[in-house]
Design a protein around this ligand. Structure first.
Ligand SMILES: [Zn+2]
Ligand SMILES: [Zn+2]
Length: 286
């Protein structure tokens, strides 16, 4: 059961974020990526008694295994930035989805009103693309489409603010507020050449952590215009404009080796001390 931070001053409980997948576009395992990790996006966010999942890329498979020893039914609120394959490909391999005792609630903000997230997940898990249809996964599943820009309350003590991002086929940025702390997840977005994305600046204002699409460097971006991704340099501009605290570089390019990641992480930390590059297994405590 959850508790409100009521007049007795009861603590809101833990607020943590564990990175299960940090890589963009396609899983990229191998000796070159072993330190930062090769799985595609998946974050596990604990807010008191509740477990939120941000994106269901290949990293969600190991998250599922990590819960095997949990007793009792599990409930998940799964917020998808969008439904490009790298962000949903792990759904059929998420072991808790097979248990009738468990509840999975999916949310997406990039499809309404013409499309819906249930249809998209169904399509991915359809003959001849995949042998098991989503309805055959035993868990209780719900699919909710909202309009990016809406504010959601998956539980009374958790506020999830959203904004549309600049990405082919659309994507949604998230701001999770719990117990007076704030975590933002802004991935799969392309910046503008001549101005900051004011919607993102507004969403991340004063946040404790901002996880940001840093797939490219500024130098690489010149030949990647229109791909729908951003740079670590742009991430620094955004957090500085928004008065946010710690920037976390995310959605690493699949070809980026660990040694190349180290160079970027050092350069970003030199430009803005405290900036981190996300790695699989990293845990943020808010
Ligand atoms: Zn992606
Ligand atoms: Zn995408």
């Amino acid at each position: 059961m959850s508790e409100h931070n009521g007049p007795t001053g009861s603590a809101p409980g833990p607020f943590t974020c564990t990175f299960w997948g940090v890589r963009g576009s396609i899983a990229s395992p191998g000796p070159e990526t072993i330190r930062y990790g090769g799985n595609t996006p998946c974050l596990e966010v604990i807010c008191g008694a509740h477990r939120l999942i941000l994106d269901a890329g290949s990293g969600i498979r190991a998250l599922g295994y990590s819960l095997e020893k949990e007793t009792g039914p599990l409930e998940f609120d799964i917020f998808l930035t969008h439904t490009h394959l790298d962000h949903i490909v792990g759904i059929p391999f998420f072991a808790p989805a097979f248990s009738p005792a468990n509840k999975l609630r999916f949310f997406a903000g990039h499809l309404a009103p013409e499309r819906n997230v249930e249809e998209v997940v169904n399509t991915m898990m359809t003959d001849p693309l995949f042998p098991i249809p989503v309805k055959s996964l035993g868990s209780d599943k719900t699919f909710t489409d909202f309009f990016a820009g809406e504010t959601l309350h998956p539980h009374p003590e958790i506020t999830v603010r959203t904004t549309p991002l600049n990405h082919p086929n659309n994507a949604t940025g998230y701001r999770i507020e719990f117990g007076g702390r704030t975590l933002c997840y802004i991935t799969d977005t392309e910046h503008f050449p001549d101005r900051l994305d004011e919607k993102i600046v507004a969403l991340i204002e004063g946040a404790d952590y901002v996880i940001y699409d840093a797939m490219f460097t500024d130098e690489e971006y010149a030949s990647k215009v229109g791909w729908g991704h951003s740079t670590w340099q742009e991430g620094i501009k955004l957090v500085e404009a928004a008065g946010a605290k710690t920037l976390i570089l995310f959605h690493h390019a699949p070809r980026r080796s660990d040694d190349e990641m180290d160079v970027i992480a050092r350069a970003a930390d030199a430009r803005r001390p405290g900036t981190l590059a996300a790695r699989e297994g990293m845990v943020l405590t808010l």
